[in-house]
Ligand binder design. Structure first.
Ligand code: HEM
Ligand code: HEM
Length: 179
């Protein structure tokens, strides 16, 4: 166990940096999606915010893989969750992870088999196909819906962390991720 690792009392600096850094990036990602959904097509703000959606989404995909590997490496020494509420917390975290992986993955798969190709910050990753590979496009049809489901789950997560643990129970749950 190193200074960087998690311990049963608190998440370590790597986990906390990933958690709060990704929370900020997810906020920006949901802002771009909300503008895409709410503003008219030719709106300049919508265009600007949409300009980073794919690159930031691919970045979040890489970060969640890194975070998952780090979480698994720290599994035995992370803060534990006991009782019925604890089981619900673990289920909530697993659902967050599942959507954090699936939401960008289905769009990246569609880009890999699509007609437009995909570049990551200008670096070509997937070439354009003349005709789209049909099966790669199927799951991406629910990308937006699953993205909004993730947004709702995140709102629930924030409410439980701040209202239930922070204001009602006043336990150390916030502290072990915050400090
Ligand atoms: C965790 C990362 C991501 C989240 C949370 C996310 C979220 C969303 C949401 C909520 C929408 C619906 C917007 C609307 O209703 O107008 C959306 C649409 C879209 N996203 Fe993402 N996205 C992510 C990653 C990506 C990636 C990596 C790509 C491209 C490679 C991408 C490309 C698109 C496109 C083209 C649309 C419009 C078409 C559609 O709704 O499927 N997204 N995204
Ligand atoms: C203001 C925003 C947020 C607050 C106050 C917050 C608070 C917390 C706290 C206190 C924990 C520790 C819970 C425990 O040990 O039981 C935690 C863990 C976690 N949070 Fe958040 N969170 C926020 C945003 C987010 C966002 C945006 C995501 C994902 C999109 C997220 C995903 C997770 C996950 C997956 C865990 C489990 C531990 C891990 O593997 O990192 N959180 N959060």
């Amino acid at each position: 166990m190193t200074r960087l690792s998690d311990s049963p009392e608190r998440y370590g600096p790597v986990s906390r940096t990933l958690h709060w850094g990704m929370a900020a990036l997810f906020a920006a990602q949901f802002v771009s999606a909300a503008a895409h959904w709410a503003l008219p097509r030719e709106n300049a703000l919508r265009e600007t915010l949409w300009g980073y959606h794919a690159n930031l989404g691919a970045t979040l995909f890489l970060l969640v893989l890194l975070r998952g590997v780090w979480g698994l490496m720290n599994m035995k020494q992370r803060p534990t969750h006991s009782g019925k509420m604890g089981q619900a917390a673990v289920a909530g975290h697993v659902a967050l992870y599942a959507l954090m992986v699936i939401v960008p993955a289905v769009r990246l798969l569609a880009a890999a088999g699509g007609t437009r190709g995909f570049s990551y910050f200008g670096i070509p990753i997937f070439p354009a196909h003349e005709t789209a590979i049909a099966w790669t496009q199927i799951a991406a049809e629910w990308h937006g819906e699953m993205g909004w489901a993730l947004a709702l789950l995140v709102l629930g997560h924030i409410a439980v962390a701040t209202i239930w643990h922070g204001a009602i129970q006043r336990d150390n749950t916030l502290g072990r991720m915050a400090r």
